[in-house]
Design a protein around this ligand. Structure first.
Ligand SMILES: [Zn+2]
Ligand SMILES: [Zn+2]
Length: 405
């Protein structure tokens, strides 16, 4: 049986749920190793079935690189009627000329029921600047994405609206612009806020920590992809050599989710940060804090002990491959968890904005460093709900991992 026959068989297997079909088709392509992306692109070049197009594009969205092949697939989808919506998953890899062509197509017949509306939605997330000139023609679902990097005049107008109406949504929108000017405006209203609590989440949302004023993230921003062991120096899962935090209820060791290799990153980090999470269902904590030294790790607020032989939180031992995020300002639209959208560096994309944790060593708020999402990987699904947000105090070598569901 060829790969495309196998994909069709799974796609039409009524005994499987949609997410099971998606995971199995992803694994089918993935089993073909380096051939997988080309096989998925061949499938997209000839299929006339919307479900198959969506499954093949969903697999390609989990794979880094392959920009040329993904562009070829997107060009074909662009002229394939309802199938065009699957091109939304390929937007991060498309050249600006093809993105502009999708925008022109949409504007010639705009509307939320257009098969291109999902492509436009995705362009708003990754390339808000390319959509901004057409903002007046776009529906309400796209507009929250266009806050990212909005011009200073729009930031000024939002601040004026807040002064006039007192509506806090204007300040949240202003913070989500995430430019230095918008951060200056948020900083300027500190004394006017009714609650200091608001300041503590608004300021980092805009890009600065509320106490030290330093950046609330580590630039630049990368998209992260779960790839085979050794494909990248950033390790996911596997067996962690030092002690890890233990669950206070069942004593199960936390698993290593991600260790970033500091020397392979443009961000200046003095040590390799690791982030951990539990695979037990005890639900005892929603935050884990660990300090690193040259030869040991120390858990705060939790007992600690040896790591498990293998990882269950991440399926097996893998790596995280990083690819520069097309939106370096910071995405303004809230994230939806469970879509395997991982991030390293940049500003966090919260499902709903939160304060950053503080470092138990120095007492300062910690900048964001990584977000690991649940959902499918080419090797099986992640086994935790929601998203994990990782913070790092480089001065104290302390990492904090927090779950948001
Ligand atoms: Zn437990
Ligand atoms: Zn610290």
């Amino acid at each position: 049986m060829t790969t495309s026959e196998r994909v069709e068989e799974i796609a039409f297997d009524s005994s499987l749920s949609v997410s099971e079909r998606s995971q199995r088709i992803t694994e089918t392509f993935s089993e073909q190793g380096a051939e997988g992306p080309d096989l998925a692109v061949s499938c997209l070049l000839k299929t006339t079935d919307e479900a198959i197009a969506e499954y093949a594009a969903a697999y390609l969205e989990l794979v880094p690189g392959n920009s040329e092949a993904k562009t070829r697939a997107a060009e074909r989808l662009r002229g394939a009627g309802a199938l065009a919506s699957s091109a939304a998953r390929l937007v991060p890899w498309l050249p600006e000329s093809l993105i502009d062509a999708f925008i022109d197509d949409f504007l010639s017949s705009p509307g939320e029921d257009s098969p291109l509306s999902s492509v436009i939605f995705s362009i708003g997330v990754y390339h808000p600047d390319l959509l901004r000139p057409h903002a007046g023609l776009l529906g309400p679902t796209v507009r929250p994405s266009l806050l990212s990097g909005a011009p200073d005049t729009q930031a000024d107008a939002l601040l004026n609206d807040w002064h006039r109406t007192g509506d806090g949504d204007n300040l949240q929108a202003l913070a989500l612009i995430r430019t230095p000017h918008a951060a200056d405006l948020i900083a300027s209203v500190r004394a006017e806020l009714d609650s200091f609590d608001d300041w503590e989440w608004l300021m980092p949302l805009a890009g600065r920590l509320p106490d030290t004023g330093s950046e609330s993230g580590f630039t630049p921003s990368f998209m992260g992809f779960v790839t085979a062991r050794g494909e990248s120096p950033h390790v996911m899962g596997g067996r962690y050599a030092q002690d890890v935090p233990l669950c206070v209820q069942c004593n199960a060791p936390a698993d290593r989710v991600l260790t970033l290799s500091a020397r392979d990153m443009p961000q200046t980090l003095s040590r390799d940060p690791s982030f951990f999470w539990f695979s037990c269902d005890c639900d005892e904590v929603d935050i884990l804090t660990v300090r690193f030294t040259d030869d040991a790790t120390y858990a705060y607020f939790q007992p600690q002990g040896p790591a498990a032989e293998s990882s269950r939180v991440v399926p097996g031992e893998r790596s995280m491959t990083l690819e520069r995020h097309p939106n370096q300002t910071g995405v303004s639209r809230p994230a939806v968890a469970g879509l395997a959208r991982h991030q390293v560096g940049g500003l966090p994309r919260w499902p709903s904005p939160e304060t950053h944790p503080y470092c138990p060593e120095c007492g300062n708020f910690m900048p964001f460093l990584a977000a690991v999402d649940s959902g499918p990987t080419p090797f099986g699904p992640m086994s935790f709900p929601g998203s994990l947000f990782g913070f790092w105090c480089d001065h104290c070598s302390v990492s904090t991992t927090r779950s948001q569901i």
